[in-house]
Write a protein that binds this ligand. Structure first.
Ligand SMILES: [Fe+2]
Ligand SMILES: [Fe+2]
Length: 168
């Protein structure tokens, strides 16, 4: 079964959302660099690459289903964030937004009886659990650290170790 028009449009919109997330985290990476936190800047750059991989996963899925990918304009991301805690809180709230968009997409696929899309989206739903947990864990650490600069530097070093693994 090929893609119906409604699902194709919704998938194209979600491809755009994943590219926007990639752009947003790249903007956060630049901001962390300006805060002199190279580990966080690196972590955000990897995060950005993972979002790019999520977009490309759906890009391939649309094509595998004999659909047509239509790339939409990517909005300008937020550019000013404040402290690194603000950055991670913005990350968590963005991931929650993406989770709700994926849930809506799944619901649409279910209404349209598009079983392949439902199966494909399951990995995205699972991935969002991880994304929200990871951001929440880092926020908890930053709260414990508070104003303690030397512990922040230790956490920054930990963040520098992240390697690319898109999870899908
Ligand atoms: Fe994503
Ligand atoms: Fe994400």
């Amino acid at each position: 079964m090929g893609l119906n028009q409604t699902i194709q449009e919704a998938l194209n919109r979600h491809i755009n959302e994943e590219f926007y997330a990639s752009y947003l985290y790249l903007s956060m990476s630049a901001h962390c660099d300006s805060l002199d936190l190279p580990g966080f800047a690196h972590w955000m750059r990897i995060q950005s690459q993972e979002e790019y991989a999520h977009a490309m996963n759906l890009f391939d899925f649309v094509q595998d289903r004999q659909g047509k990918v239509t790339l939409l304009p990517i909005d300008q991301p937020v550019v000013e964030f404040g402290s690194v805690l603000d950055v991670m809180e913005a990350t968590l709230s963005h991931e929650r937004l993406v989770s709700s968009l994926i849930n809506e997409l799944y619901e649409l696929a279910s209404r349209e009886s598009d079983y392949p899309t439902q199966v494909h989206l399951q990995a995205f739903i699972t991935e969002q659990i991880e994304e929200e947990k990871t951001a929440a864990d880092i926020i908890a650490k930053l709260r414990l650290i508070g104003e303690d600069g030397s512990n922040l530097l230790l956490l920054d070093n930990e963040m520098a170790a992240r390697q690319l693994s898109p999870g899908l």
